[in-house]
Write a protein that binds this ligand. Structure first.
Ligand code: PLP
Length: 390
């Protein structure tokens, strides 16, 4: 039997002098972002908070006793703090239609880790990830490392509308008759800012119970388009929502993300993570950040003011641009994109060239910070492009 099996196996690849990984991993390029040498520059390249977290976060980190560093982290109470924050109806926030229980909150080492865990738990070889294009760059490598096929539906028209009918078709009438295993929706979408109302997302999830519908709501604070206030995870257990403290709350360096959904789904995602993946500093910072919603609201309001200001300048200077949801916009330089990107860096300002991205090749994604920071950006941009700054 063993001999028979050996005869059927494909020949082993030539050994390169080190152990080969799974075939899917061998075919993969590491997901890398240009994250080095950014300190001290105006960071408009990763949609981060550009002013830092709440002072309460800094205070909480300073108060960590040395003993805590020697002890494994404890997470008790953090899920409840997340729920209290989501249910909070102050500052005009919608709260939750149905109370959440703590086992519906998965704590993860950033939303990137949540995405990785979702694919690890749910994505299998030969199954399909349905998503949009262009969208956040980490979904595809996670699908590839599981050996999944990717169906990425393009945004539509000059304003990058959400391709709702095409997504519905691929979800409900798949060509091979098998529904996609995962539907990943980034709302608002990074990098096009495309917004999608919560109702169609809930409808899609209800109509496709065999597909896990994941809504990446990283930038939801800038639009308010969350499915959470309407979601009923008992009726729609295949819906999962991702939130993070990286961007608006300013904890990108500490890593803290949440997967929110049906307890059984959250449990499966947490089965494929390590027991102490989130460190004690992130936990202490998260408590403080979740308690200072006023700080987050004030930061979001400032970014939205800055967005209005820069949009006005772009219109007046007749620069092709696209502004929608999220703390970022796209603009198309008249000059060579790489040269403009490099000249901005020379001026101490980082932005992100969207080279090679479908539909938006040739654009720069510019994160939005405060009005003062956008004024600094605009001064440099108009100089580099030879525009009249008004
Ligand atoms: C859409 C989207 N999802 C997830 C992430 C990663 O979030 P986190 O920093 O919580 O891992 C990013 C970061 O840029 C993002 O843009």
């Amino acid at each position: 039997m063993a001999d028979q099996q050996a005869a059927m196996d494909p020949p082993l690849p030539a050994q390169p002098g080190f152990p080969l990984a799974r075939p899917e991993v061998e075919a993969l390029h590491a997901y890398s972002a240009p994250l080095e040498g950014r300190r001290g520059l105006l960071r408009l390249d990763f949609n981060e908070n550009t002013v830092g977290p709440s002072p309460l976060v800094v205070e909480a980190l300073r108060a960590i006793p040395p003993e805590q560093i020697a002890i494994y982290p404890e997470y008790d109470g953090l899920r409840e703090a997340v729920i209290a924050n989501l249910a909070d109806r102050s500052h005009g926030r919608p709260g939750l239609a149905r109370p959440l229980l703590s086992d519906q909150i998965g704590l993860l080492n950033g939303v990137d880790a949540a995405i990785h865990a979702i694919f690890h738990a749910y994505g299998d070889r030969g199954e399909t990830l349905l998503t949009t294009s262009p969208t956040f760059g980490y979904y595809s490598p996670c699908a590839q490392m599981q050996g999944m096929a990717i169906e990425a539906i393009p945004y539509e028209g000059a304003d990058f509308h959400f391709p709702l009918e095409a997504i519905r078709r691929s979800l409900l009438q798949p060509a091979d008759g098998t529904p996609p295993r995962l539907l990943l929706l980034c709302n608002p979408n990074n990098p096009t800012g495309t917004r999608l109302a919560p109702e169609p997302i809930l409808e899609l999830a209800a109509a496709a119970p065999r597909t896990l519908v994941v809504v990446d709501e990283l930038y939801e604070a800038f639009t308010g388009d969350s499915v959470l206030p309407l979601a009923d995870f008992e009726a729609t257990p295949n819906l999962l929502v991702l939130r993070s403290l990286a961007k608006t709350a300013g904890l990108a360096g500490l890593r803290m993300g949440f997967a929110i959904g049906h307890a059984a789904v959250v449990d499966r995602i947490c089965r494929v993570t390590g027991p102490y993946d989130i460190n004690s500093f992130a936990v202490a910072a998260a408590y403080a950040a979740l308690q200072d919603q006023a700080y987050v609201e004030a930061y979001v309001a400032e970014v939205l003011r800055a967005r209005d200001w820069i949009a006005q300048q772009l219109i007046r200077a007749d620069v092709r641009h696209h502004v929608a949801g999220g703390n970022y916009l796209l603009l198309w330089p008249r000059g060579d994109v790489a040269a403009v990107d490099a000249a901005l860096r020379e001026a101490g300002i980082l932005v992100r060239a969207m080279s090679g991205k479908p539909l938006i090749d040739g654009s720069l994604r510019v994160s939005l910070g405060t009005t003062e920071q956008m004024q600094r950006f605009w001064q440099a941009y108009t100089r580099i492009e030879g525009l009249i700054s008004t």
